[in-house]
Design a protein around this ligand. Structure first.
Ligand code: FMN
Length: 443
């Protein structure tokens, strides 16, 4: 079997992906707003050849939100700073299509893409939390399918605006006084159901043409959206079987949309818990698990269900029947949690602790985890992974120093960057400007 190179991203959720990672003395307690911490993590990732860093985001908090969400940087601002202290690594951030305007966001990502020399990626989300509506002038929170309809039109507009200028439109000829070629400037003139944008956008295309579109749709509507627009896809899949099913469905739907299978990279999230021995890995797991109380775990669980209050139910009885709660929020995740509770006959306490600190398949020795990663990639469950360290401290160093070398030695990983742009490093095609009819657009 030919070996696929494993693509890797690292999610920087401030001090770490665990809700109480800030309590660990391996990371700064203010890691969510500590620029040096972000720079450290990013530069380490770049030295190890990781393809991109990823900054997630949301637009609504309350007193029950996890600590990182209460006080964190806005992604594009942060990524622009990281662009200045790195050379190769991709810079990916979340922005909502439900609570922003395509012209602004197309412009901001085009700017990040140019500032970084073609390393930008946009994680397109439709925003699950209903409370977000209270922070904007847009009326009620649109329902799940309407949000995806809006996102579809939004992306058509953003992509259209990114083609406002052909790649060689700005001639800047001092002798003749010509700054740009008029016929290489294009107006989109979009007036649709949800958005209006005449264009042109006031920034040129970057070295990679357009920023890479990341997406994490998991529901039926979400998968259809990802298959149409997504180029790098995140997913939370706990087992190789569920990841394979997702992989197959998404690639098939992408092909039905006239795309090639390789035009879309599927990157499940991976939270490694590792050690030189299994006993050491178990010790590390216990350290992470002990960062959280049961009350905090209930809050964490409730957030997926639009801040539903689970504390009203007995902890040691079967997971409660809560009907459709969660359907208009993190739909696919909440469906999976309900199903898991039912199938495994779990109590509320067990569900909350498991959701807050899942042990997952990527637990064990460095070798075991490296082999597990190779197995997923060999068996069409993944093209790579987004690493979500519970705590971005010692375990992160262990992953870079002990797991990556095994992948390298086996020919599954290459720590030198193959290309200059995020697209090249993820093996994704350059997006040609729609107005350029010739086969070879100059870049
Ligand atoms: C790895 C990963 C990262 C995500 N990051 C964000 C994020 O930063 N902001 C956000 O609002 N949603 C985020 N989501 C949620 C997705 O956007 C999406 O709402 C979720 O996967 C449910 O899919 P569905 O809307 O198709 O049901 C993320 C999901 C995954 C799996």
């Amino acid at each position: 079997m030919s070996k696929k190179k494993i693509k890797l991203g690292i999610l920087i959720q401030g001090p770490g992906g665990h809700m109480n990672s800030w309590k660990s003395d391996e990371v700064p307690a203010d890691g969510s707003i500590n620029l040096n911490h972000y720079i450290d993590v990013t530069q380490k990732a770049e030295q190890s050849g990781i393809d991109f860093v990823f900054i997630a985001d949301g637009l609504h908090i309350n007193e029950k939100s996890i600590p990182h969400f209460l006080n964190r940087f806005e992604p594009i601002t942060l990524l622009s700073t990281l662009a200045a202290v790195t050379k190769h690594i991709g810079l990916v951030g979340t922005v909502s299509t439900t609570y922003s305007e395509p012209f602004n966001i197309a412009r901001q990502f085009a700017s990040l893409d140019s500032i970084s020399g073609g390393r930008a990626g946009w994680n397109v989300v439709t925003t699950p939390l209903e409370g977000t509506a209270s922070n904007f002038n847009k009326g009620n929170h649109p329902d799940h399918s309407l949000r995806y309809q809006m996102a579809d039109e939004y992306l058509e507009v953003a992509k259209g605006l990114w083609d406002s200028w052909e790649d060689d439109a700005f001639v800047r000829n001092r002798k003749s006084g010509q700054f740009f070629e008029r016929e290489k400037m294009h107006r989109l003139n979009h007036e649709g159901e949800f958005f209006k944008a005449q264009g042109p956008l006031n920034i040129e295309r970057s070295k990679q043409g357009q920023p890479v579109i990341f997406q994490a749709g998991a529901s039926k509507t979400g998968i259809a959206f990802a298959a149409k627009h997504g180029e790098a896809i995140f997913t939370n899949k706990a087992t190789i079987e569920s990841a394979q099913e997702y992989y197959r469905t998404l690639k098939e739907q992408a092909v039905e949309n006239g795309r090639k299978r390789d035009d879309i990279a599927i990157l499940p999230s991976l939270s490694p818990i590792i050690g030189a021995t299994e006993a050491e890995a178990e010790e590390r797991y216990n350290e992470i698990k002990n960062l959280i109380s049961i009350e905090e775990a209930l809050n964490y669980l409730g957030r997926y269900f639009d801040h539903f209050d689970f504390s009203q139910f007995p902890l040691d009885e079967a997971f409660p029947d809560i009907g459709d709660v969660g359907k208009n929020s993190f739909q696919s995740t909440t469906d999976e949690i309900k199903q898991m509770a039912k199938e495994e006959n779990l109590t509320l306490r067990e569900v909350a602790l498991r959701v807050a600190t899942p042990k997952g398949e990527f637990f064990g020795t460095y070798e075991q985890v490296a082999y597990k990663m190779m197995e997923w990639v060999d068996h069409d469950a993944a093209d790579g992974f987004v690493i979500v360290m519970y705590v971005l401290g010692k375990q992160y160093d262990d992953f870079l120093n002990h797991v990556l070398p095994i992948l390298e030695e086996k020919g599954y990983y290459n720590r030198s960057y193959e290309g200059d742009t995020l697209r090249e490093n993820l093996g994704l095609p350059f997006i040609k400007n729609r107005y350029v009819k010739k086969a070879s657009a100059s870049i």
